[in-house]
Ligand binder design. Sequence first.
Ligand code: KG4
Ligand code: ZN
Length: 364
Amino acid sequence: MLILNKAAGVFSKPSRREIFEFLRSFNFRPGNVFLHKLVLGIETSCDDTAAAVVDETGNVLGEAIHSQTEVHLKTGGIVPPVAQQLHRENIQRIVQEALSISKVSPSELSAIATTVKPGLALSLGVGLSFSLQLVDQLKKPFIPIHHMEAHALTIRLLNKVEFPFLVLLISGGHCLLALVRGVSDFLLLGKSLDIAPGDMLDKVARRLSLIKHPECSTMSGGKAIEHLAKQGNKLHFDFKPPMQRAKNCDFSFTGLQHVIDKIITQKEKEEGIQKGQILSSAAHIAAAVQHTTACHIAKRTHRAILFCKQRDLLSQSNAVLVVSGGVASNLYIRKALEIVTNATQCTLLCPPPKLCTDNGIMIA
Ligand code: KG4
Ligand code: ZN
């Protein structure tokens, strides 16, 4: 078994207790192993190498994740060959770790599920070739997973959400609104016509050089904007929400990004500072961009809810809106969505932040 043999080299000078624990974890345990179907999920579509083992009742037996955020923060964005190399360096260890924590041996698995699309081709390739090698060696079934479907369905691990429900996925790479009618039955209602909101927030944070801000240096762009926005006045700048007249549920963030870019250049001139230094008005800009983003996302979502209700695609009294993705961890944006769901008698559900971002559990 490729994983176990190679991973054996990872444990340097193990103690007798560690060896015992390791061997015990792979022993046959009557009454446990054959009661459950166990799926190993592998995720490498972007910048997280993640794996998890989940049983068919949704119990998470173990998981492991390696985030590349710190490396990509330094290069000012994800460089695909760098992401690919980091996935290659970590996938073996992460899968081994998820199996060890789960106390499940590869032979006990019922299937291997892996993200096959959408995502960065170079990153996806690492997870896919690793999984196919494993599938071949272990003679297990392979389950190809659509990354967005996995994000949309994760909530069902925690809440008893009946189909159909509405899902809003907002992250660095995704922006879509869809009606989930079944496990593989999605009706796309709207998507970003250009970049995703997380990507826009990351670009604004980079333009504001927030990585040099003592309170924000280790945060993702979106998180840094949320943090700084608390110290700013959202009305200091008047950015208009995009696509106000568009009679659909699509999104757009590039225009807003360019407007903010211009304002930052103008403020740099006024304050007599160089590009790369932090503006005194950075917190006001953060507050205004967060507010405009929240308004845009809330307005498009409101349209989608009304559209679905008018056409009886969603229950009139029991409709559910699920919001996921890295940007869904933003409390200001959640509050704006709460206003929309309260006004339309919908229930708003968000997975905990750990399950909002990319992970192996959602794939398994
Ligand atoms: O889901 P995710 O981990 O990865 C994908 O993009 O698929 O989302 C990461 C994105 C980044 O763009 C990051 O800036 C944004 O989510 N993000 C946030 C917050 N935390 C992470 N955006 C707004 N507010 C936050 N608190
Ligand atoms: Zn994702």
